[in-house]
Design a protein around this ligand. Structure first.
Ligand code: PGA
Length: 254
């Protein structure tokens, strides 16, 4: 049985004091419990403060993006080495907002995964289809394409350290959630695709999170699905109470 992994993607939200206050509440609420892995992903500019708050706890702190470059003349970018240097352990890569608003392609995402791994950062690779693609019956095809280019030339050892977040784009920030069956079906497909590309051990060691309008009301049912190993939570992670409730639901399905 894999440990569930609940991650909070704070996106471009919260003032500094609000972010610190949320982190302190989570730190208190989670102290002493490590039945579930928990991570928070604040804005770049808050990472150092939030890392300091969680230092010594079991909570992971990660970034929402990173540069695929090592260093140099890349104005506005943040490297993996910089993130590691301030205490980050994880990074979200290929979130649908990065793909759609900032035109990140699967091959850019592949380079970012390599940059993260080079710096000992554990990537959460996001994949997922648009509503039109689901309606056209192309969900698996789309996800398979994202995985195939996204993971190009990565070894099974590298892939074993990865988390994949299945986030149907139509469910992100919309209040529309995939049904537990819909999510479980795509998760099983993702695991099969990893098994085909690598081997069964690799497929079993990867954690696959569901993301898209997860909240304290729907988390328990989603997390109790066989193929769902955690959640990537946006909106509901901005409130300490609802995020802690989701973490408790993950503990309950163990
Ligand atoms: P949401 O966002 O929970 O607000 O739908 C999820 C995500 O974008 O990771």
């Amino acid at each position: 049985m894999k440990k569930q992994f609940i991650a909070g993607n704070w996106k471009m939200n919260l003032a500094l004091e609000e972010a610190k206050c949320l982190a302190r509440k989570l730190c208190d609420g989670l102290s002493g419990s490590d039945a579930v892995d928990v991570g928070v992903f604040p804005s770049f500019v808050y990472l150092k403060d939030i890392c300091d708050i969680f230092r010594g706890s079991s909570v992971f702190v990660g970034a929402q993006n990173l540069s695929m470059e090592k260093s140099g003349a890349f104005t506005g970018e943040v490297s993996g080495e910089m993130l590691r240097g301030i205490g980050c352990t994880h990074v979200i890569i290929g979130h649908s907002e990065r793909r759609t608003i900032y035109q990140e392609t699967d091959s850019i995402i592949n380079s970012k995964i390599k940059a993260a791994l080079l710096n000992d950062l554990s990537p959460i690779l996001c994949v997922g289809e648009r509503q039109e693609e689901r309606d056209a019956g192309k969900t698996c095809e789309v996800v398979e394409g994202q995985l195939s280019v996204g993971l190009e030339t990565l070894t099974s050892e590298q892939v074993k350290g990865l988390t994949i977040a299945y986030e149907p784009i139509w469910a992100i920030g919309t209040g529309k959630t995939a049904t537990p069956d819909q999510a479980n079906e795509v998760h099983a497909f993702i695991r099969k695709a990893i098994r085909n590309k690598y081997d069964n051990g690799t497929a079993q060691s990867i954690r696959i999170q569901y993301g898209g309008s997860v909240n304290s009301k729907n988390a328990k049912e989603l997390l109790s699905q066989l193929e769902i190993d955690g959640a990537l939570v946006g909106g509901a992670s901005l409130n300490a109470g609802s995020f802690l409730d989701i973490v408790s639901d993950a503990v309950r399905v163990l």
